[in-house]
Write a new protein. Structure first.
Length: 217
């Protein structure tokens, strides 16, 4: 007999999962791979992320207004495939994400600013083989709010590594997306159970607006 999500969540709670996190005073927003290769369905990895992009833009705008830093990541492979060679063999749809191609550019609807950091990666996690963890530590960041795509891939991998970096981590439900609803929902449940809290856009906006380290109340 299949379980409802509420029944499963109750079993998780009884088993010591699904703890709740409290945001710190120095948050940052990490926008994972909302590049044209994913947000434009004309590209092999692309699919409909219009709602995710629109919701992420609302959060990013709130962060900017509150002087909360925003970090972007993009997947971009060198000509020799680099450290991502194995991933490309497993997922050849990514082979068009190459330096100089439009597919690696951040979707212009997010209006990335020149002073905002772009993390270039060849793995699922925005932390793996990049300097994101060191950059966040240098900035005094204690809380990471994750948005982007895909929920079951790069979002989940990024959240797992963010937790491993001892950062309080949140995933914004309206701001992440996947190709299929099954992997999307299963990944949100798994993240919420083990690695970070899944929250609403409203809650995420409140977190960035209540940042105190940047001199805000």
């Amino acid at each position: 007999m299949s379980q409802t999500e509420s029944e499963l969540r109750e079993r998780y709670r009884l088993g010591g999962l699904l703890g709740k996190l409290t945001p710190g005073s120095a948050p940052a927003v990490v926008v994972v791979d909302l590049q044209y290769g994913f947000t434009d369905a004309r590209y092999d990895p692309g699919f409909d992320l219009d709602d995710v992009v629109a919701s992420t833009k609302k959060l990013v705008d709130a962060a900017r207004e509150s002087n909360v830093p925003v970090y972007f990541s993009t997947i971009s492979f060198p000509e020799d495939d680099g450290i991502g060679a194995t991933w490309l063999r497993k997922m050849p749809a990514l082979s068009g994400l190459r330096k100089g191609e439009r597919a690696i550019e951040i979707d212009q609807r997010l209006a990335m600013r020149e002073n905002e950091t772009l993390v270039v990666k060849q793995t699922a996690s925005a932390f793996a083989h990049t300097r994101l963890a060191e950059t966040l530590a240098s900035a005094g960041t204690d809380t990471v709010i994750v948005t982007g795509a895909t929920t079951s891939g790069c979002i989940r991998a990024t959240v797992v590594d963010s937790c491993a970096a001892n950062l309080t981590t949140f995933v914004v439900r309206e701001c992440v997306g996947d190709r299929e609803v099954g992997p999307h929902n299963a990944s949100l449940l798994d993240i919420d159970a083990k690695y970070g809290d899944v929250i609403s856009l409203e809650t995420a906006t409140d977190i960035v607006r209540k940042s105190t380290v940047r001199g805000l109340s």
